[in-house]
Design a protein around this ligand. Structure first.
Ligand code: PEP
Ligand code: MG
Length: 753
């Protein structure tokens, strides 16, 4: 048995005693190195700590020249000590001078020592320094010894950050969570919020590192692992009919790691060295984080991140705090922080207290982003390592307009944002004051301003904005945020609640628009070369009519005795529309047969977002009850320009002669036939674009709730007659864009765009 096997527990105990002795910090350090050296049967033990600027300094030694303490320094990466710190992993060398990184420091007097074991002093993903032992002989330190020294280094890390060994101002103790920090991410949802930080998954602070009874700790660890496995199995089982998806991948990874022998052995070994179960988890987690920092392959980094998350979960099981913060008492202005989050998890929070969401990951099309938009809170994603920087309760400014966040902002930054928020509030107050005013232009034309929605959470915006109704209710969102296929009764309840919430204002339900970027968490994502032009929306639902009929049935049931407006997405030809319409007729016949009360009136319309459909207008206008133009998709198909490709972002302009001519043709034909036409793509919500649409002849626009005020303000300052005459001179121009001409018109005419 090597001497160290007998000793780590004893050593940890001794370390604890040294910590409470009434001696100076340096004396403590000196005692510690002495005890570690003798426990490890080493002639030398040294502690190097990182100073600001990436320099490592010898803080204490047993065996080397004491005069070198606070004098010997090396850069990160320099020498063996610098190498251990830079790569955050141990180096175990029986012939240290032969190692390529070896660099001789004469003042230390280390010439006679041949072997060396150096381990990083890690804490929360940061390297605080290096702990090293040396021997004269060509000694090979065994695995248990390496393990033991790492355990000692972890306890040392805690002692360092407690301030009991050094003045914290002197060293680089990892991210300082006490000073202002600014981060830049990607904005997934605009708006500005100021409030207090809440961690979605509370961080567990390990208070006790050294075990009183190893047997007890072993049992606690095993019990927590068992609980963790059961919790993961339950999460996977709760998604019974889930086939695959991102969430499932992560859960599967968790399950794999939770049964991974390597991981479990490491945890158990750490407990055996004398740590509490919590400290053992943290100790192994330190290694994971160090590996994560070194890893450049994004896929492997993701997996290490999953392993890190799993360790957090295990810690929460150990401390009996397995829940998220959703049901904790929240500050009145909560800014929520998470690595990533599912939509249902976000909806679990008290809406009245939620002001913003910050994620380390995420994407603009992710489902949680859709929910954040419905809740009208700023969401900034892809802020690397933000969780390392934040302390619960910290002041936070989340600026979704510039995609920046400020943690613990300085007084002047806070004041600047207070000012910004006040200005926004003033603008909101102006819009709120216009809420009940009809959107009539100066020359008396009424423009119907409707809003887009997709969740129950959107409904209060109807009242707040004064929108005349919901011009587009995207029904797929409910399917996307559930972990399983919603049941018929749930759909009926939801659609009924939407109609109730709309309180007599019209609502246009769009049937499922799935496929492309809209993927169900419980459906196998299809691998298609060109998903935007693939098997999506009406194409999918006509091939699988059961799903569409199921949805139509729910809509008819929810609207009984009331008006029902519904439309189909991505219709490319009239024949498709007719086919979809027969499904509605069949469901209506079914209702009649069973004697159930049908809706008072059912109007069936279509989205127009595939250019081909516009070349069948006479036939279409003879059969559709209304048309809604989806300019988001229409634009990408019209210009053959992917709507999600950033390289093509500004390449073509909607306000260009071809697009304006195309839209004008549709609106004129529809008006001539008396068929209502609305435009519900993003362009309807931008005041300058909305102005051009009104100039072309549109009198019904549907937009994000936040756009209703600005567009109404524009309409109230507009003379359509003058605009139409001005635009008459634009259609035949050959410019790339007509934007500047339209902007100039707005300036000359004092139109607020
Ligand atoms: C559109 O394409 O313009 C539209 C409104 O539909 P979505 O954005 O849901 O594809
Ligand atoms: Mg669309």
């Amino acid at each position: 048995m090597s001497p160290i096997q007998a000793g780590p527990r004893l050593l940890l105990k001794r370390m604890r005693e040294i910590m409470v002795e009434r001696i100076s910090a340096q004396a403590r350090l000196d005692k510690l190195v002495g005890h570690i050296a003798s426990n490890m049967v080493a002639e030398v033990c040294s502690i190097y700590l990182a100073k600001p600027g990436g320099v490592l300094e010898l803080f204490a030694t047993e065996g080397l020249n004491k005069s070198a303490v606070h004098k010997t320094r090396m850069k990160l990466g320099e020498g063996i000590i610098g190498d251990v710190a830079q790569h955050a992993r141990p180096l175990n060398l029986s012939d240290a001078p032969a190692h390529p990184s070896f660099s001789y420091k004469p003042e230390t007097g280390e010439d006679p020592y041949q072997s060396m074991l150096g381990v990083p002093i890690l804490r929360g993903g940061s390297t605080l320094g290096v702990l090293a032992v040396q021997n004269r002989t060509h000694r090979h330190y065994g695995d248990e010894e390496v393990e033991a020294l790492q355990t000692v280094a972890m306890v040392l890390a805690e002692m360092v950050v407690s301030g009991a060994l050094v003045d914290l101002g002197e060293i680089d103790a990892g991210p300082k969570r006490d000073r202002p920090w600014r981060g830049q991410g990607v904005s997934f949802c605009e708006g500005i919020a100021m409030g207090r930080a809440v961690l979605h998954e509370p961080r567990v602070k390990v208070e006790k590192l050294i075990a009183d009874d190893i047997g007890v700790e072993r049992l606690r660890l095993d019990r927590a692992i068992e609980e963790l496995r059961e919790a993961i199995d339950a999460m996977l089982a709760a998604e019974d009919n889930v086939i695959t998806g991102e969430t499932r991948d992560v859960l599967e990874a968790y399950r794999m790691f939770a049964h991974d022998r390597g991981w479990l052995n490491k945890l158990r070994e750490s407990v055996t060295t004398g740590l509490t179960a919590e400290a053992a988890v943290e100790r192994v987690q330190n290694d994971t984080r160090a590996r994560m920092a070194r890893q450049t392959d994004p896929l492997l980094r993701d997996r290490l991140h999953d392993l890190d998350d799993l360790a957090n979960r295990l810690l929460r099981h150990l401390t009996g705090k397995a829940d998220t913060s959703a049901h904790e008492t929240l500050p009145a202005d909560t800014i929520l922080f998470a690595r990533s989050m599912g939509p249902a998890e976000l909806l679990d929070y008290d809406r009245t207290k939620l002001r913003g969401l910050i994620l380390e990951e995420g994407s603009p099309t992710s489902h949680v982003a859709i929910v954040a938009r419905a809740l009208d809170i700023p969401l900034i994603g892809r802020i690397e390592k933000v969780l390392d920087q934040i302390e619960p309760g910290d002041w936070v400014i989340a600026d979704g307009d510039t995609a920046e966040i400020h943690l613990r902002p300085a007084h002047d930054v806070r004041e600047a944002y207070r000012h910004k928020l006040a200005l926004r509030a003033q603008r909101q107050a102006t819009f709120a004051a216009m809420r009940l005013q009809p959107a009539n232009t100066k020359d008396g034309e009424h423009v119907r301003l409707l809003m887009n929605a997709g969740l129950i959470a959107d409904l209060p915006h109807l009242e707040e904005t004064g929108a005349e109704g919901i011009g587009l209710f995207r029904t797929e969102l409910q399917f996307m945020i559930s972990s399983q296929m919603p049941r018929l009764v749930d759909l009926v309840d939801l659609y009924r609640a939407v109609l109730d919430g709309a309180a007599g204002k019209p609502v246009v339900f769009r049937t499922l628009d799935l496929g492309g970027d809209k993927v169900l968490p419980y459906a196998r994502p299809l691998v298609e070369e060109n998903p935007a032009m693939g098997w999506r929306a009406i194409r999918m639902t006509l091939d699988r009519p059961a799903l569409l009929r199921y949805q139509i049935r729910a809509l008819l049931a929810a609207a009984k005795g009331r008006d029902l407006d519904m439309m189909f997405p991505m219709v490319a030809e009239v024949a498709e529309f007719k086919l979809a319409r027969t499904l509605v007729d069949r469901e209506l016949e079914r209702l009649a047969r069973t004697g159930v009360v049908p809706p008072r009136k059912v109007r069936v319309g279509t989205m127009l977002e595939v250019p081909a459909l516009a070349f069948q207008l006479p036939a279409l206008l003879g059969t559709a009850d209304f048309i809604s133009i989806g300019s988001n998709d229409l634009m990408q198909f019209f210009f053959a320009s992917d709507r999600g490709n950033p390289r093509l972002g500004g390449r073509y302009d909607l306000l260009s002669p071809p697009m304006l001519n195309f839209l004008k043709g549709i609106v004129e034909a529809a008006r001539a036939r008396g068929v209502p036409v609305t435009l519900c793509g993003e362009m309807a919500g931008r005041p300058l674009e909305a102005m051009a649409l009104i100039g072309m002849g549109f009198r019904s626009l549907s937009m994000a709730p936040a756009s209703v005020g600005p567009v109404k303000q524009m309409a109230l300052t507009l003379d359509v007659g003058r605009l139409a005459s001005f635009m008459a001179g634009l259609y035949d121009r050959s410019d790339h864009s007509l934007r500047e001409h339209l902007k100039q018109f707005a300036i000359d005419e004092h139109i607020i765009v």
